[in-house]
Write a protein that binds this ligand. Structure first.
Ligand SMILES: [Zn+2]
Length: 250
């Protein structure tokens, strides 16, 4: 096969999402990177030796990765350096399954290559909050709302799709349209959401990750949003992410 272009070198901060065996010796490594979004790289000899790449090919570590690419073959991981560890996640199964969900959520919401600084910042904030011991369900909800908005999925929560009111006591959210209708307007079916829940969701959509971490969500509102936001996530990415199992996100 003729060579189709020079070898290019790339570097970015990244989180490892998953790995799988590739042949006898190598591993295929999927990461979410700040500079180029989701990337799949070959880790040469990473199957043969866990010490390859300094033993850093694990989740919940913020890595600085360097890789090389040629246009007609799979890019190759050259180096991984530890930037920060969120290893506290490993000590708690609840944190693990929520962290794994956030990683899968990110690569599924942002499958296209290219710089993803905002999505990366949201993932980073979610990982750090999990490691620090904030409530995992709240962290996941915050991150879901922020990432949907960053990915361009909205949804449009400005008001009722029919009459435009933004202040009705309650709305029904139509998952398959990403719009809501107020209780006074005919709008067919949809998941009920109170004005308080809508206001919280709006705040989560429009806030930077540093502010997101400070938004407190009262238990009834959390429950309401957990009944609708994950469903909308599923609709947007076209599949169910299984990391959270049949629990509150089922
Ligand atoms: Zn209306």
């Amino acid at each position: 096969m003729p060579s189709s272009g020079p070898r290019t070198l790339h570097a970015s901060r990244a989180f490892l999402v998953r790995t799988s065996d590739m042949g006898e010796a190598d591993r295929r490594i999927t990461l979410f990177s700040e500079a180029e979004g989701t990337v799949s790289l070959i880790g040469k000899s990473a199957r043969k030796s866990r010490k390859r790449f300094g033993g850093l090919l694990q989740r919940y570590l913020l890595l600085d990765i360097h890789w090389s690419a040629m246009s007609d073959r799979m890019p190759v991981l050259e180096q991984a350096v530890l930037v920060a560890s969120f290893w506290e996640i490993v000590e708690d199964w609840e944190k693990v399954r929520h962290a794994d969900y956030l990683l899968e959520l990110t690569v599924n919401l942002f499958p296209q290559p290219g710089p993803k600084p905002k999505a990366f910042e949201a993932l980073f904030a979610g990982m750090r909050a999990l490691a620090l011991g904030d409530n995992p369900a709240t962290i996941v909800l915050r991150t879901e709302a922020a990432m949907l908005s960053i990915a361009g999925w909205g949804p449009n929560l400005s008001g009722c799709k029919a009459c435009g009111t933004s202040q009705a006591a309650s709305f029904r959210f139509a998952v398959s349209e990403g719009v809501m209708a107020c209780a006074s307007c005919p709008g067919g079916s949809g998941t009920p959401v109170s004005l308080g829940a809508v206001k919280t969701w709006r705040a989560l959509q429009s806030s930077s990750p540093s502010i997101l971490g400070r938004i407190r969500i009262a238990e009834p509102i959390l429950s309401e949003l957990q009944a609708v936001v994950p469903k909308y996530v599923e609709y947007c990415i076209g599949k169910s992410l299984r990391s959270l199992g049949g629990g509150q996100h089922g």
